[in-house]
Ligand binder design. Structure first.
Ligand code: CS2
Length: 496
């Protein structure tokens, strides 16, 4: 590498970047903001924005650009970083074979709802807007996991119902924009969830209808008749960007980028072809447009996301920092493989897809030593992830009479992690979860009993806490974790 200084990323400096860095080949000033995307984190920038960037490079494709929106107060940092570099950013793809960098150009504006609310609502209400897409994380849908109902009593929802023209949640913002379109006689936009929820489109429809039903039944009916909510399955492992990643992009690729993103080479996107106001021709650039994504979603969540939960809390307790380190440990590796075997009876059959190959690919992806995926990342928001990625497997296996021993150990490890606060090296564990306060207290309240946590109905529902065998299995595993530690417990649980 030369000693040249890094060049600050912007539209004006694109041509001056090292030829090693791929740059947009299309004119960004011609792009129309047809998509407004809520939740511009690493994952969106490594996935959907990349597919669009690929599509824009195809000659003759529609000039379909997007505007990013952050809804959380702290999202002003991403808006400022992006706006400071003309909404361009560097995507680094890393594998054992090396790394490549490209500048993504499909994002053309970036807004921050808490400080620019009216602009955000008007952007979504604008005639050009045809899709509003979402990566607002599993917890962003205000869904009661126990009942599957919309959390109508949640204070954030109640606030938005009282302030329909000044909402703070994604649901409130979307509803306000759709109401303006309705009143102006404009066609609706499609609402496309790209979060890891089974039936993400169906859920989005349910919560948006639930929300509008509280204060605006006319809008509720208009949405029911006019808005499309396609389900989709999205996949790409995208670690949290670190200071080291920024420094690497500057040193290695000579790009000074306030917020680059690093991802694995693998990517997959399966989308139900159900849109009410047009869509980009994603199928030209590798997305699968199909009629029913449910089996793809279930396979991915139960095997990929479920395995992440399986390694997360046991891995954190054992003191691992990165996912690939867990996979490099023979005991943990065989545990993850055995976990996948246990889940396999409730993984749907997809014609043309081999579950065996899918699992092998997952092991390789998890083992990628170059992306440094963080254990803290996969541990975060366990209260939103368990009901979506792990508990349904237990319920379905119970129904089928299948084994759930390792799955119960995973639940035990999570509750033990919540109550214990330290890993086996005595180092404090940082628990990142919207419900951390409540859950850590419950987990620590009863001496190695999972019952107080299992009784949180909005996470565990009715069925599992009433299943005495399940409760006993979780308790036994927690006691073993406390007495024997993670390694001995994993060994013992895999033995029989
Ligand atoms: C992960 C996912 O958040 C998590 O715990 O399992 O972010 C995972 O990396 C993605 O779903 C991969 O597509």
């Amino acid at each position: 590498m030369s000693d040249n200084p890094a060049i600050k990323l912007s539209e004006a400096t694109l041509q001056a970047l090292s030829p090693e860095v791929r740059i947009p080949t299309y004119r960004r000033d011609e792009l129309k903001q047809h998509t407004v995307h809520i939740g511009v984190g690493g994952f969106h920038r490594a996935h959907q924005a990349l597919y669009l960037d690929d599509l824009l490079a195809v000659p003759g494709s529609e000039r379909w650009g997007e505007c990013g929106v952050g809804v959380l107060p702290a999202d002003d940092r991403m808006r400022d970083a992006l706006c400071g570099q003309d909404c361009l950013y560097t995507l680094v793809e890393r594998s054992g074979d090396g790394q490549t960098a490209r500048v993504i150009g499909s994002l053309v504006d970036s807004l921050h709802a808490p400080s620019e609310r009216e602009t955000v609502i008007e952007r979504m209400a604008a005639p050009d807007t045809r899709i509003v897409s979402l990566t607002i994380t599993e917890g962003g849908y205000f869904l009661d996991e126990g009942t599957g109902n919309f959390l109508a009593d949640h204070p954030a929802i109640q606030y938005d119902v009282q302030h329909p023209e000044a909402p703070a949640t994604s649901l409130g913002l979307i509803a306000a924009a759709l109401d303006r379109r309705r009143q102006r006689g404009l066609p609706a936009f499609t609402v496309m969830s790209c979060d890891n929820l089974q039936g993400n489109g169906d859920i989005t429809r349910r919560v948006l209808l639930g929300f509008t039903g509280l204060g605006n039944p006319a809008l509720q009916q208009w949405i029911a008749e006019n808005v499309a909510f396609p389900n989709s399955m999205v996949d790409r492992i995208t670690p949290v960007t670190t200071a080291a990643d920024r420094a690497f992009v500057a040193e290695h690729f000579k790009v000074q980028d306030a917020w680059p993103v690093v991802a694995e080479p693998f990517r997959q996107w399966v989308i139900e072809d159900h849109f009410c106001n047009g869509r980009p021709a994603w199928e030209t650039v590798g997305a699968q447009m199909i009629q029913d994504v449910a089996p793809y979603e279930i396979m991915k969540m139960r095997l990929l996301n479920g395995s992440h939960l399986a390694m997360a809390y046991l891995g954190a307790l054992a003191g691992f920092i990165y996912v690939h380190e867990i996979l490099a440990d023979p005991l943990f590796r065989s545990f993850i493989a055995a976990f996948m075997e246990e889940v396999t009876p409730v993984v749907p059959f997809i014609p043309g897809t081999s579950v065996t190959e899918y699992k092998q690919t997952l092991m390789e992806r998890f083992s990628n030593p170059t992306i440094n995926d963080q254990v803290t990342r996969i541990c975060s928001e366990g209260s939103a992830k368990h009901p979506k990625w792990l508990l349904p497997s237990i319920v379905d296996l119970n129904r089928k009479g299948g084994r759930t021993k390792l799955l119960s150990l995973v639940v035990a490890a999570w509750i033990f992690y919540l109550g214990h606060g330290r890993n086996e090296r005595g180092e404090p564990l940082e628990i990142l979860d919207a419900r951390a306060g409540e859950l850590t207290k419950l987990a620590a309240s009863a001496d190695l009993s999972p019952v107080p946590v299992l009784q949180v109905r909005t996470i565990f529902g009715e069925q599992l806490p009433a299943n005495a065998a399940f409760v006993k299995a979780v308790e036994k595993a927690m006691r073993s974790l406390a007495a024997e530690g993670t390694r001995s417990t994993i060994q013992a649980w895999m033995r029989d």
